[in-house]
Design a protein around this ligand. Structure first.
Ligand code: KIV
Ligand code: ZN
Length: 548
């Protein structure tokens, strides 16, 4: 059985209740509370090409808190000045009491004093503060990456966890043994003992490279539980390299883990992290079989916020959700074969194990049209979770008006795409002025593109170039490369999707370019697919030029 926090199955409130306990006595018996620690803003941001600015981190934080996430890992303050500022902004929002349910705010740190100080500085305004401090413990990492012995690793753990504890800033300290699943099991125990005896109250066991399997992971979690004395909670953090992140996380719950680290839509390094929506819905649908003896599981996530949160994270990160993605993919609740359709028409339970309404899926309602005013647009943006400033609303509303002139109805998905495009192109040097394409089935495509180049406060210079290509999109990208001196940029992915149906649908183009080792993403929307593609390409080029 699975129940949402604060409500019993029959809807009565449970109060008072402290989220720090993990066994709760409610009507129906003792339940195990599973905490969700969302790391979309930290590990999710490690997805190639994804970058969240402060405003974006704040919008996502507010949405995660509305969803009921217990801990929000806001970032890695020592990684950059920008990230430290973003973590601080999230902590300040918490300190001002702006976050629903008062989640714990966590910041990542290596076993280095300056990292701990940066985390402490960034997180101090938060109401509930956590340090997440990690060091690799596998021989592969110790020998090849850190180039230290096991003894040195133990010494670093003791010294830095004690130092963090002594600062008195953090309400809780989480220790992670990076690459735990490839660590010698005896040494893992030693590392965890060192962390717990120095003051860590949460022990995270990461499957950093997505290498473990449910049975093996269960044994690792149990061994830590049974061999380390002291008061601590076990957390797990699974990556999805073998597609087992959700399964491994569930196996860990059965073995005694009470905190799950995950990301929205499974964003994250390489194949990503465990997807929050998958684990929450597995607990919701199959909570009866997760804990041996049928013990009951409770968590604080409001499943009805899943769909909206997924869409927002996809829109802000620019990472599309694949149609066959469990729970939040466009096809997750659609039935194509005749036999399935017939069954579902007779009874939805034939082929559906969850009600789409439970994850908050509703039809993509028509919300705005060309007669809608700025106020209605601003209201809609706010209700979708975006907090744009006045200049942001003005700019996004201007785009909305342009699009509404060509497209009679504007849906929530269209509004998200318009705002996503605006957020994506916030700062840059190159702007589309005009373009002209010549293309056909018996001539080589030719594009004439004119860009406005904005340098500092200047009025902007218009530069025009023509270039041939293997079709209109390739030709226009080639013309842009000529203007922006971007021949070294390699286009590594390009796709265009229709946001809604119909010939006047808004097209959303997404591109990824690679320059050296760095990847930059861009997105553009328009009812004209070539224009959407040019805007997306320019947005990626602008991001590259910004870091140059
Ligand atoms: O995957 C990993 O090991 C991590 C740690 C920092 C917890 O992300
Ligand atoms: Zn990770």
């Amino acid at each position: 059985m699975f129940v949402r926090l604060f409500c019993t199955a029959d809807g009565r409130k449970i109060a008072p209740y402290s989220k720090t306990e993990n066994k709760i006595d409610v009507t129906g018996g003792i339940m195990t509370y599973i905490k969700f620690c969302d790391t979309t803003l930290r590990d999710g941001e490690q997805t190639p090409g994804v970058h969240f600015g402060t405003a974006q981190k704040l919008d996502i934080t507010k949405r995660l808190s509305k969803m009921g996430v217990d801990i929000i890992e806001a970032g890695f303050p020592a990684s950059s000045v920008g990230d430290a500022a973003a973590v601080r902004a999230v902590a300040e929002a918490s300190g001002r009491g702006e976050l629903h349910g008062d989640p714990v705010i966590s910041a990542l740190s290596r076993m280095i004093r300056s990292d701990i100080d940066a985390a402490s500085e960034a997180i101090s305004p938060a109401n509930r503060r956590r340090l997440h401090i990690f060091i690799a413990t596998s021989d592969i990492h110790l020998e090849n990456k850190l180039k230290i012995t096991r003894e040195e690793a133990l010494a670093r753990i003791k010294e830095n966890v004690s130092y963090a504890k002594g600062l008195g800033v953090f309400d809780e300290i989480e220790f992670s043994a990076e690459d735990a699943t490839r660590t010698d099991p005896d040494f893992l125990i030693e590392a965890v003992r060192a962390a717990v005896s120095s003051g860590a109250g949460i022990v995270n066991i990461p499957d950093t490279v997505g290498y473990t399997t449910p049975d093996e992971f269960s044994r690792i979690v149990k061994s830590v539980r049974e061999n380390v004395a002291g008061e601590f909670e076990i957390s797990v953090h699974c990556h999805n390299d073998l597609g087992l992140a959700a399964a491994n996380s569930l196996a860990a719950i059965e073995a005694g883990a009470v905190q799950i680290e995950c990301t929205v839509n499974g964003l994250g390094e390489r194949a990503g992290n465990a997807a929050m929506e998958e684990i929450v819905m597995a607990l919701s649908v199959r909570g009866d079989v997760i804990l041996s003896g049928g013990d009951k599981i409770l968590c604080g996530i409001n499943t009805r916020e899943i769909a909206e949160t997924s869409r927002m994270v996809s829109s802000i990160s620019g990472v599309a959700v694949s149609p066959n993605k469990a729970i939040v993919g466009a096809n997750a609740f659609s039935h194509a074969s005749g036999i399935h359709q017939h069954g579902v028409m007779a009874s939805r339970s034939t082929y559906e194990i969850m009600d789409p309404g439970v994850i908050g899926l509703s039809s993509n309602s028509i919300v705005l049209g060309k007669l809608s005013g700025r106020h209605a647009f601003a209201d809609r943006a706010a209700s979708l979770g975006y907090s744009l400033d006045t200049a942001g609303i003005d700019a996004a509303f201007a785009r909305f008006k342009e699009i509404a002139d060509k497209k009679s109805v504007i849906t929530n998905d269209d509004v998200r795409a318009i705002i996503g495009e605006y957020l994506d192109g916030l700062s840059g040097m190159y702007y589309l002025n005009t373009f002209q394409i010549q293309s056909g089935n018996h001539i080589k495509a030719m594009a004439l593109v004119s860009l406005k180049i904005q340098n500092g406060d200047s009025e902007g210079e218009i530069v025009t170039e023509a270039a041939p290509g293997e079709g209109p999109i390739d030709a226009s990208f080639n013309a842009i490369n000529r203007i922006a001196g971007a021949d070294e940029a390699e286009l590594i992915s390009y796709n265009i999707t229709a946001i809604t149906e119909g010939t006047d649908a808004l097209g959303e183009a997404k591109v990824k370019i690679k320059v050296g080792e760095s990847v930059f993403t861009g997105r553009g929307v328009s009812t004209d697919v070539i224009k959407a593609s040019i805007k997306a390409y320019l947005s990626a080029i602008n991001k590259w030029k910004n870091v140059k």
